[in-house]
Write a protein that binds this ligand. Structure first.
Ligand code: AMP
Length: 358
């Protein structure tokens, strides 16, 4: 275990998007400095950080200088190239650690890990060749979803199979890259748990939120989620199991499908998560501070929810409504400082308090 970081220490963050930005704000509230590493110019996190390195992940000199300038390294996204980790890990602790990244970067590794823990996942089969594709369709059946094993996000890198005849076209559409074929789950709704684990092994989970997607992108997260007492307990306990099995340090998002037969784990994200943004206005300690506490070697905060909340993402030009939204006394506004409100781009979110927890 590393020693707890003191005021003035610097936290390095890989990735300069809105998650890095909100991590940076949380870190500065705790008296830390932040240094963002991001290949793209003018990253949203750079506006609220002490230092920014603009360089590709293949630039070993830039990675080395970045690592030498910080006390600990964390990240806002899971697709960090292995070669970059090789450089960084030699110089500073990278948290959450590599095993969590390796598990979540590849959907097959992830599903094998989760089912090895005794958790329910969708029926699945690996697809790397045309022969694999026919075997997978024969075993998993249809309807099903073909997903690229790596680099999928916000519903990208996925194709649905209504019948067996759709298989080849789906695989071609995804570029014949390694995929997983997943059985289609007839779920009633989707929920997620934001969990955290500290360096001493303490686990704190937030109450599960209920997620609704629009055009493959998260639209709202509503608290409380529609779950009975035992489903809510299952969701939290299975998240703790995942965190402990990975000896994890930091915040993780665990996405679940709710079915009459129980909860099915869709995927895990080894980072702060869009479906955890509600914690900024629904809890005293939000997911961003919780993550910073964990990687800084501090005790975790209390994850108790004090209010019912609906988080709504502001996508594209929905952000133009912000002045109107700001007159609602029950709305917490969170904007990412992005210049272009392109269609499909996450520009900000609002957390509307809908009442006290009863
Ligand atoms: P993912 O990128 O795996 O989070 O998938 C994006 C969305 O597709 C999920 O939030 C679900 O709404 C839907 N989806 C993914 N996998 C399945 C599945 N096996 N069965 C039914 N719907 C799914």
């Amino acid at each position: 275990m590393t020693k707890a970081l003191q005021q003035g220490a610097t936290i390095g963050i890989l990735g300069g998007g809105q998650l890095g930005r909100m991590l940076s704000v949380a870190a500065s509230r705790l008296g830390f400095k932040t240094h963002i590493f991001e290949p793209g110019a003018n990253p949203p996190a750079g506006h609220v950080a002490d230092a920014v390195t603009t360089a590709p992940y293949s630039d070993h000199d830039a990675l080395t200088a970045f690592a030498n300038s910080v006390d600990v390294i964390t990240f806002e996204f899971e697709n960090i190239p292995t070669q970059a980790l090789d450089v960084l890990e030699k110089l500073r602790p990278v948290l959450p650690a590599r095993n969590a990244l390796a598990t979540s970067q590849d959907r097959i590794v992830e599903k094998e890990f989760l089912s090895g823990l005794g958790l329910n996942v969708a029926p699945f089969a690996n697809v790397e060749t045309a022969e694999d594709l026919s075997t997978a369709v024969a075993t998993v059946g249809t309807p099903s979803i073909l997903k690229t094993r790596r680099f999928g996000y916000d519903g990208k890198g996925q194709a649905r199979l209504k019948t067996n005849d759709d298989a080849q076209a789906a695989w071609d559409a995804l570029g014949n890259t390694p995929c997983v074929l997943e059985g289609f789950i007839d779920f009633s709704h989707e929920v997620s748990v934001i969990g955290a684990r500290s360096q001493s092994g303490e686990v704190v989970c937030y109450d599960p939120g209920e997620n609704v997607h629009r055009d493959g992108i998260l639209h709202t997260t509503t608290l409380p989620a529609t779950l009975n007492v035992s489903q809510r307990m299952d969701a939290v306990l299975l998240t703790g199991k995942v965190l402990n099995a990975l000896d994890y340090v930091g915040v993780m998002g665990v996405e679940l499908f709710v079915t009459p037969a129980g909860l099915i784990v869709n995927e895990i994200a080894p980072r702060v998560h869009n479906s955890g943004h509600w914690t900024q206005n629904g809890c005293v300690i939000d997911q961003f501070e919780q993550h910073i506490r964990a990687v800084a070697g501090w005790p975790l905060g209390d994850g108790t929810r004090h209010s019912n909340v609906v988080m709504t993402n502001l996508i594209g030009d929905e952000v133009l409504d912000v002045v109107k939204l700001s007159s609602d006394a029950n709305i917490g506004l969170h904007l990412y400082g992005k210049a272009d409100a392109k269609p499909g781009r996450k520009m900000g979110h609002v957390n509307k308090i809908t009442g006290p927890v009863n």
